[in-house]
Write a protein of this length. Sequence first.
Length: 439
Amino acid sequence: MTATEPSTERAVIAKRVDSGHPDTAEIRDLARAAGYEVVGEITQTRTEDPAYHFGEGKAETLAHRVVETDATAIVCDNQLGPYQTFNIGNKLPEGVRIVDRFRLILEIFGQRAQTRKAQLQVELAELRYELPRAEAKASLAKRDERPGFMGLGEYDESRERDIKARIARIRDELEQIEQTEEHRREQRRESGFDLVAMAGYTNAGKSTLLRRLAADLDVDENEDLHRDLETTAESEDRLFTTLGTTTRKADMDRRDVLVTDTVGFISDLPHWLVESFKSTLDAVYRADLVLLVVDVGESVEAIREKLVTSHDTLYERNEAPIVTVLNKIDTVDEAELERKRDALSALAPNPVAVSARTGENVDSLRERIHAELPEFQDERLVLPMTDDTMSVVSWIHDNANVETVDYGDQVVIEFEARPAVVEQARSKASELVEAGASA
């Protein structure tokens, strides 16, 4: 499976809500992100119709709008059942596709998937989307003995079985990939790196913030340890520019920090879709610190809803501290910023307000990162003078902040470092002592 090219189809947007005003801003952005040209819109406020999702009259209006605009697809900001899709399709010109919200998201994910891991996660999500439809076809065919009943397609009794088998194989391969990545994370920690992950909704500015935090692109590290280190991190104003993870070394004075930008959240994702991308979120769950980035230019209600959903996702398995970053402060004035700080204080206590675009307050964010990460530990080691002693001293210089080194009959070195690095330094010192005793 390879990343697919964006669509160039003309689409009419459709959305139904039970009450209130249907907001189509996000589904329009999603459609454009998938490559559709939005040429029309139909909305409705009413309870769901079991046959058409919309009322039958609105479904006919939708069909007329498709003809008027010469559209080739309907993009529906709702989840449509198999029968609803069939019934609406019967009112449309031949060849017009119906794409519901989750199929649209899967199209976008398919276009963005560049790595093997991302491609597997997209395929897993697609199969989970298809499985209940295959099960519905199987149930109807067995009950009514009519393959293709209700226009659901020819029933293949082996299809449901094949989907389940493929899902199992993908899970196994993703588990192997995750084991490799976890090993890589542990190697990074052992090398003295703190791991910081950025999470948040799409278009919150995570990729732009990563570029602000990153050091020079020439990172002199073992390539095997940092296969996901990228020389660039996209910062376009579009959804889902980050599907996999991008890791870069942060520009910090006293610490070696790797910051990972992860896939953006999006509202109203079903559990099966979030679950399909669980291995991408492992970069968040296993970090030392999580930066939860939100767009402070949005309404308080929108930010609050996103914070609640993000916390539900992150706190499920995450044990690291979470710092909320109010990004895009260049889009609001000071009074509005303070009003939103107060309104969100219960969900985002002591947030850091920055502008990734202009760089304002990014230094304050670096200071907060340093303060939230595990404290450095002071250590003093006395090393015997052997043939291997200088290589250990050099290793400590590379992985810790060395304060003093005294050379004499023995080498006395004082430094501060992450607890994991201190443990490794002690182990190396013990090996030197043992080697000297046996010599």
